[in-house]
Design a protein around this ligand. Sequence first.
Ligand code: UD1
Ligand code: UDP
Length: 412
Amino acid sequence: MRSEDRSNGVSMPVTPLTTLESGMGGWSRRGGFAGRAVTRRGHAIVYIYGARPNFVKMAPVLRELRRRFPALRHVGVHTGQHYDREMSDVFLSELGVPEPDHLLGVGSDTHGAQTARALERIERVLLSETPDLVIVPGDVNSTLAGALAAAKLGIPVAHLESGLRSFDRTMPEELNRLLVDQLAEWCFTHSPEAEENLLREGVGRERIFLVGNTMIDTLVRMRPRIAGSRVHEQLGLPADGYLLVTLHRPALVDGPLLHGALRELNALSEAYPVVFPMHPRTRARAGGFTASSPRLHLVDPVGYLDFLALESRAAGVITDSGGVQEETTYLGVPCFTLRENTERPVTVTHGTNRLLGLRVAALREVPALLETMPAPPEPPEGWDGHAAERVADVLAVGLGRGALRPAALARA
Ligand code: UD1
Ligand code: UDP
């Protein structure tokens, strides 16, 4: 990592400006960067991530683009939206993500304050790094801040996992998705309905690329190491026949439903042992609840390898996580989603996901539902471990033109 002045938590790179041999045609963006005179530092891609699911989605793309385009600078920016070891560092090390070049230390706050802090700090990085392209994954506040900072500086944005819609604007993620897709030049999608959603919102077809699921790329690559996890022994769980739980959405955990869900899980553990690695948001709101059943294991969040080991061998998974709905679809593990809607309907139509609604009493139905779950279908098209390669193929077209810009912008 570069040495940085973190006196105010803002990343200030001190390396001298350099021009790298990139082998690409020259490109100057007059009037870009909000009209500021800048010295370009050689062609670069900036990757913005900061929350647990971001690492899983971005890792294969970063890896593939570094491999395909070694002459470019590949600059990792970690906003610090998530910062506990088990929410952040463990993912970077297990997934082999190089140490980020910039740590922005944004931390937790209200939506406005967190997003604003990320926006301000990302902008400073972009002004100093002068990238040709910014890549953002998913739908968290760091994703919106990254896309907005880049777009306002005239830097093209690529959005991984574009076009997902729950049609529920009370979800903070839905607002982030809608806005980021309006800002992105490249909308990389993982299922056909994402394309339909984008077209309906006026996104031009030439900006949409169905590439598949980069989160599944990570799962496929890590499978041999997942098999070596000893988490079952460590947590005192049987090797299979248990239920895995993750819940962290505000609609469920920020109100009275959480305690109701915990009571239901306590009762459910008579039928199946239950393991619940608790997101820090959930843990903070579960205060006062004590499991009376020794078969309900409330534990801290676990790293990627251990979590996937738990997910792969569970009898069923109870969740409100977006990523977990996708991973269980790929793994063919029955998934029960405690939400009224999902932005990932493909996990219901082509996977093993079943929406229970926001009704914690529905957890009582899980044992009976498990008896009747149909055999797992094939994973959706493009959920095959090669999505990042397809992302790189698309971006290589821009590189071949001498600029990482789509044709429309190159003519501007
Ligand atoms: C965020 C995303 C959500 C995503 C989830 C993945 C937004 C709007 N939400 O929700 O879409 O599904 O990440 O996990 O971006 N905290 C810690 N340690 C940490 C991180 C958070 O203790 O390392 C606690 C803090 O009390 C914080 C709370 O968790 O206030 C919520 O964190 P935040 O990043 O704001 O939202 P998430 O609920 O994690
Ligand atoms: N995950 C993990 N440990 C946990 C819980 C989740 O490694 O204790 C992984 C999970 O396998 C998936 C990602 O984190 O790869 C999903 O993140 P999360 O559920 O926090 O966010 P969402 O997908 O809902 O945005």
